[in-house]
Design a protein around this ligand. Structure first.
Ligand code: GLU
Length: 514
């Protein structure tokens, strides 16, 4: 009986998860949600030479942060485990033996030097890209060319014992890809891929196909870079007699550089000043730290929304999608066939929209500690007020701290140019009266304060433009910032009066000095 939709995200822990990998995970996750299916995380760690410590934990932490939680995984368990390939060695060995017995695979004992010699020889014979294939295999040291006794002997010695799949000659291997349509490869283009390495572990191709079948994967959704491997995979399905259970393949187009030219690489992040990883990654080998979306102040929902549209289109102008809407709307048929251009400004725009839409209490939980670290012992109520005011003005979570400085420290410098322009010494007495009126005011909410100051301006025949900008600079040091009276209301009477008095002194000094 069909198990319904079962999809897997199958990263190799060879380094941090690139944003393209996150998108692959997301599309698998959404597809599973849409079809009430199962989203599985499988760790493909059979290549010991490329294993990077910390990478698996990084992958899991990234998915957790983004809320892409698998139903089956190393952490969550499941009926199809183990979910880490290095723990499935026996399963692969048994399957490789099955292929050898059926004549679909053979032992190969060639050393790296012999393989290199073969390539040189073939190049000298005029071949462009020589490979271990039907035209070559009978000239090499393998179980097809050596006697049984020799083969046994070499296996026992255990040096350079690999197993290769035997790609048939003169065939066209075709499969249907949901994005590309019909894809075909001539077997003359395919080499006899190693499926079991000298270290006894399988290669990606063998392990991937065996696991997809044993885990009853219904749909394979992965990056375009795996398209050419699929021909080998289709052959393996046939060798095992699993053709009828072959998953539906979808290869996602690449994520391109902001220029649209070439694949987005990890170095582009550093080059253009944006993150290409979900979380910060400390690359000890390179001695480099790569920025992460989380540390750059992104909300996970914003990144999800941004990535959902980086290669998929709902077919309408709608840009903002809740997770539920995405799960409803997502469809493989609407994956965009060309590469998706990475646009960091768009990512920041999404983040801003999500920050504006976030309840203040949620933002408070994210930023309170950082604000207290620079602003001192501030109350949650006060910080919430700051968040409310800054929400429409920040693009990242970190900006609540960097943009909000004037809420916890009185200005130490004042923007001179506008202050000189707007402040008139003749108005000094008016400012003093405004300060006194504020000091005497019983009401301390933005509306009353605004009515008080604006009423004073009107009653005295003054202009808003000669008073309000000066008050603002006295309060924050600059012309920028949220609504003046809301800010004054939040900062309280004592702080406001003290800032205005200090600012007025500065204004007079600046003006008299010029
Ligand atoms: N382990 C492969 C990777 O790192 C998985 C490719 C696939 O999904 O088949 O991307």
């Amino acid at each position: 009986m069909s198990k319904g939709v079962r999809v897997r995200f199958a990263p190799s822990p060879t380094g941090p998860l690139h944003i393209g990998g996150v998108r692959t995970a997301l599309y698998n996750y959404l597809f599973a949600q849409k079809h009430n299916g199962t989203f599985i995380l499988r760790i493909e760690d059979t290549d010991q030479t490329r294993y990077v410590s910390g990478a698996e934990a990084y992958i899991i932490e990234s998915l957790n942060w983004l809320g892409l939680i698998p139903a089956e995984s190393v952490d969550h368990g499941g009926d199809y485990g183990p979910y880490r390939q290095s723990e499935r060695r026996d399963i692969y060995t048994a399957h490789v033996e099955q292929l050898i017995e059926a004549g679909h695979a053979y032992y190969a004992f060639d050393t790296p030097v012999e393989l290199e010699e073969m390539r040189e020889r073939e190049k000298a014979n005029g071949k462009h890209s020589p490979k271990y294939d039907a035209s070559i295999r009978m000239t090499m040291r393998n179980s097809l060319t050596l006697s049984d006794a020799e083969v046994q002997d070499l296996i026992e010695k255990g040096e350079n014992v690999t197993v290769r799949m035997k790609v048939p000659e003169g065939e066209v291997i075709g499969f249907s890809d949901e994005v590309r349509g019909r894809v075909q490869f001539d077997t003359s283009e395919l080499d006899d891929k190693v499926i079991l390495k000298a270290d006894g572990l399988p290669t990606y191709h063998l392990a991937n196909v065996v696991d997809d079948r044993l885990m009853e994967i219904s749909h394979v959704i992965r990056g375009e870079e795996w398209l050419s491997s699929t021909a080998h995979h289709v052959l393996l399905y046939r060798f095992f007699g699993w053709e009828a259970e072959m998953p539906v393949f979808t290869h996602l187009p690449l994520i391109m550089k902001p220029s649209g030219k070439g694949k987005l690489s990890k170095r582009d992040g550093a080059k253009f000043g944006f993150p290409v990883f979900p979380l910060e990654w400390n690359d000890e080998k390179e001695g480099a730290i790569y920025a992460g979306f989380r540390e750059e102040g992104f909300l996970p929902d914003a990144l999800i929304n941004f990535l959902s549209l980086l290669g998929w289109s709902p077919g309408t102008d709608q840009e903002m999608f809740t997770r539920d809407e995405l799960a409803q709307e997502f469809s493989i048929a609407k994956i965009i066939k060309s590469g998706a251009q990475f646009n960091y400004d768009k990512a920041k725009w999404f983040n801003q929209q999500y920050i504006i839409a976030s309840p203040t209490s949620e933002l408070l939980a994210l930023v309170a500690d950082d604000i207290k670290a620079v602003g001192g012992d501030l109350s949650d109520e006060f910080i919430s007020g700051v968040i409310d005011m800054l929400k429409p003005r920040v693009e990242s979570i970190g900006e609540f701290v960097t943009e909000g400085t004037y809420f916890w420290s009185a200005p130490t410098a004042y923007e001179e140019k506008p202050l000189k322009k707007k402040f008139k010494l003749d108005n000094q007495a008016h400012f003093e009266e405004i300060i006194s009126a504020l000091q005497a005011s019983d009401a301390w909410d933005a509306e009353s304060l605004s009515a008080l100051v604006k009423g004073f301006i009107n009653d005295n025949g003054l202009k808003f433009g000669e008073i309000l900008p000066v008050l603002r600079i006295c309060m924050t040091g600059s012309m920028a910032g949220p609504d003046l009276f809301e800010m004054i209301a939040l900062l309280g009477k004592e702080e406001t009066v003290s800032r205005l008095q200090q600012g007025l002194k500065e204004a007079i000094a600046i003006k008299t000095a010029s």
